[in-house]
Design a protein around this ligand. Structure first.
Ligand code: AMP
Length: 399
């Protein structure tokens, strides 16, 4: 982190993009919790803290008259909870770079915390607008980026703002450092065997990651909706399962590359199929390559679960991204939760296990095993891009 903060005003980009219910109550405060160490560290050094974050997609979900839905997306809803977490008063500015933000930032005393209004209320945020970045920078003496979840975005509050600080006036926060260190454990000479479990809906979202993983992992366990694109590519029949027909050739290429590089690319040998996309649909198990018409694969089958468990338990490094089935439906959650258990079990016997991506994180939380894995990343897209070997703009801007 940045040194000599005493008496300084420190602008911290946090990821407070937490889910809110209709009453604007926070339903999962993980992201706020994870930002606390940096905030507390800065305060303990005798500095004041100015926090900025996005929340939701206010520009996409405007009101009928074209105005921003301030009530729905305001960071105001987070202030009381942050105040409880920090056990101190938290000041709120009703704008991001307007007069209220500037007045309150100017009056801020060491030890105090100010939260700015949603950065995405500003039109220039997502385009990385230069003027917006400059205005944000004027609020403070030092800039710290601690928003790993937004580090793959070159936005004004993650990237452009950093240009206006000297090298010794900007840096990464503690959460960012932890995230990077854990991702590097997987990226840089992981203990072997190294197994990647990849689920989720679509293969198209994961192609670059799979290609990268083929360079350095031993096993890839495929699950989720992308299974059926691979199955079809291998000339299986997949009924009405999710498929990306444009990606069949690419799936074949990945299978071939895995073979060339001695990576074991597993497809589930059996699948739990459903008569429709619903929890109470009729269910049965069949070979993944022989799904009848009128049926769709919604979870990995019992034999595949056993095979996958065995591979996971024999691994020394495990990366898990994406659920293995439609785990939101109780009847099709068995694969995902069994894999969560296997990941927890292998952690117990000494493996390093990293879980990233919104849905696999919510699966591990739902399974009650969050404490039993090595590291749960706060980054979905950001983690994937980091693991793909890309330079993340939010990290590069302060490094
Ligand atoms: P992703 O955002 O790519 O990680 O995808 C997560 C979503 O994939 C979850 O909402 C799952 O319900 C969905 N999913 C997992 N397996 C399947 C499947 N076999 N068919 C359709 N959707 C699936």
């Amino acid at each position: 982190m940045v040194k000599d903060l005493k008496g300084k005003k420190v602008l911290i980009r946090v990821d407070f993009n937490v889910p809110l219910n209709k009453e604007h109550e926070i339903t999962d405060d993980t992201r706020m919790q994870k930002a606390l160490p940096t905030i507390q560290q800065v305060l303990s050094e005798g500095a004041s803290v100015i926090l900025m974050s996005h929340l939701g997609r206010p520009q996409k979900k405007k009101k009928e008259d074209g105005s921003i839905n301030v009530e729905k997306f305001s960071l105001r809803h987070l202030v009381k909870h942050l105040s409880d977490l920090l056990d101190q008063e938290v000041i709120f500015a009703s704008d991001t770079v307007g007069p209220d933000a500037f007045d309150k930032a100017l009056a801020l005393m060491p030890g105090q915390v100010l939260v700015l209004e949603n950065t995405r209320f500003e039109k220039g945020e997502k385009s990385g607008d230069e003027e917006l970045g400059a205005k944000l920078a004027k609020l403070a003496d030092v800039f710290i980026n601690d928003a790993f979840g937004a580090a793959h975005r070159a936005h004004a509050s993650t990237t452009t703002v950093a240009k206006h600080f000297e090298a010794d006036e900007k840096g990464l926060g503690l959460l960012m450092e932890t995230e990077i260190n854990n991702a590097k454990k997987v990226l840089n000479s992981p203990a072997r065997p190294f197994t990647a479990i990849l689920g989720g809906a679509k293969v198209s979202d994961k192609i670059q990651l799979i290609e990268k993983l083929l360079d350095f992992c031993d096993n890839i366990l495929i699950g989720g909706g992308m299974t059926y694109t691979f199955a079809k590519a291998k000339h299986g029949t997949i009924g009405d399962s999710l498929v990306e027909l444009d990606y069949l050739d690419l799936a074949r290429e990945l299978i071939e590359k895995a073979r060339e590089r001695n990576v074991d690319l597993y497809l589930p040998q059996d699948t739990t199929i459903a008569s429709g996309f619903a929890n109470d649909a009729e269910r049965k198990v069949c070979p993944t390559m022989e799904i009848p018409d009128g049926w769709m694969g919604l979870d990995v089958g019992p034999e595949a679960i056993e095979t996958y468990k065995k591979v996971i338990l024999e691994s020394s490094t495990v990366l898990w991204n994406g659920p293995l089935g439609v785990f939101e439906f109780e009847n099709f959650a068995k694969g995902t939760f069994s894999i969560a258990q296997a990941v927890a079990d292998t952690t117990k016997t000494g493996a390093f296990t990293l879980i990233g991506g919104g849905d696999s994180v919510s699966a591990i939380n739902k399974s009650g095993l969050a404490e039993d894995v090595s590291f749960i990343s706060t980054g979905g897209g950001a983690l994937l891009e980091f693991l793909e070997g890309k330079k993340l703009p939010g990290i590069a801007a302060v490094s």
